[in-house]
Design a protein around this ligand. Structure first.
Ligand code: NAD
Ligand code: TYD
Length: 343
């Protein structure tokens, strides 16, 4: 049944904003409440044209705050929990406390409010394939595989998944968990590999490729991810986990993605700066079996080469969006992490 009211957390971030834009387009009547604290990664400009909609409300608040959350869950038919600390490099750089706090405790606060005030709603926990850890080729973990997270980020996301599933089993809540591979596309904060490399290439700045670039991520276009999430919300079964991924064939290494970016931007390969030691515990490969979400009728639409090309076009045409970010607090983390100025 179509929801009348949806509570989205983290809707000013990369994937949450895509989800809101897609939900709004599908159903102009649905009421959307976006609970987002606006950390460094949140940006209301990721929701152009939405802010003025009478059926949209942004609450600047913290998912860890019981009162705030209690005031919002009461009328939600769906609760879709994106809000998180999401960057692996920040989690390994002595900032892991924020990850445990937001990702684990924040998830608990939200679920506990749902349990007390809105137990009949559908709750979707937005998870990551990184909880399965470093996966040797050619393995493809399915939803029953053991969790073996490597970074404080992925460990905190595994903790959140466990809490969500425990609330399903213990309290009978209609909770589901999605676990998606790396996303790319418009409005991604330029600290993640693809938007960082694209924007640096557009400005002829060094491209910091870690550890030789042989690592594999199963890059999925953000719109494909959000379509899978809508399908899970519409058709998924309570208490279930759904992996989501492109299953790229052939698998693409970070170096190959970098070469695509160089080709699309026309930048020189001499910009590649090989860096070592910036990603302790660096996972070599992520991959997931996606039979379960495909059985629901989902398949990714975007081809990786076309997806990278159109993503490069978006960043080239929307310089104002990322130049504002890159000239702000972004510089502090960049300089501390990469040991050089961001521009
Ligand atoms: P993001 O960092 O772009 O956005 C996170 C958003 O959450 C921001 O708008 C931020 O302001 C908000 N937020 C952070 N802490 C908050 C708090 N305490 N209270 C309220 N809001 C808060 O992240 P993203 O890349 O859009 O990822 C969204 C979700 O998807 C995360 O849960 C992430 O773990 C998961 N995920 C991401 C990827 C990926 O490739 N980016 C892949 C799979 C899963
Ligand atoms: P990232 O975009 O941070 O996503 P995740 O760590 O969640 O997979 O990193 C993707 C891959 O890109 C990962 O193998 C690390 C690599 N990487 C670089 O080579 N250089 C960089 O500056 C960053 C941020 C990532």
């Amino acid at each position: 049944m179509a929801p009348r009211s949806v509570l989205v957390t983290g809707g000013c971030g990369f994937i949450g904003s895509c989800f809101i834009r897609m939900l709004r387009e599908r159903d102009p009547e649905v009421e959307i409440v976006n609970l987002d604290l606006l950390t460094y990664a949140g940006n209301p400009e990721n929701l152009p044209g939405i802010a003025d909609s009478p059926r949209y409300r942004w609450v600047r608040g913290d998912v860890r705050n019981e009162e705030t959350v209690e005031s919002l869950v009461g009328s939600a038919d769906w609760v879709v929990h994106f809000a998180a600390e999401s960057h692996v490099d920040r989690s390994t750089a002595g900032k892991a406390g924020a990850f445990v706090d937001t990702n684990v405790y924040g998830t608990f606060v939200l679920l506990d409010a749902v349990r007390r005030l809105r137990p009949e709603c559908r709750y979707l926990q937005i998870g990551t394939d990184e909880v399965y850890g470093d996966v040797a080729f050619p393995q493809m973990p399915d939803e029953g595989a053991m969790l073996d997270p490597s970074s404080p980020y992925s460990a905190s996301k595994a903790g959140a998944d466990h809490i969500a599933l425990a609330f399903a089993r213990t309290h009978g809540l209609d909770v589901m968990v999605s676990r998606c591979t790396n996303n790319y596309g418009a409005y991604q904060y330029p600290e993640k590999m693809i938007p960082l490399f694209v924007t640096n290439a557009l400005d002829s700045l060094p491209i910091p490729l870690y550890d030789g670039g042989g690592q594999v991520r199963d890059w999925l276009r953000v719109e494909d991810h959000c379509e899978a999430l809508l399908l899970i919300l519409e058709e998924g079964r309570p208490g279930e986990i759904y992996n989501v991924g492109a299953n790229q064939e052939p698998e693409r290494s970070n170096l190959e993605i970098t070469e695509m970016i160089l080709e699309c931007t026309g930048a020189s390969a001499s910009l590649i700066e090989h860096r070592h030691g910036l990603r302790p515990g660096h996972d070599q490969r992520y991959a997931v079996a996606t039979g379960k979400i495909r059985d629901l009728g989902w398949a990714p639409r975007a081809d990786i080469q076309e997806g990278i090309a159109s993503t490069v076009r978006w960043y080239a045409e929307n310089r104002g969006w990322w130049e504002t970010i890159k000239s702000g607090a972004y510089r502090e983390f960049y300089e501390a992490h990469y040991g050089r100025p961001a521009s």
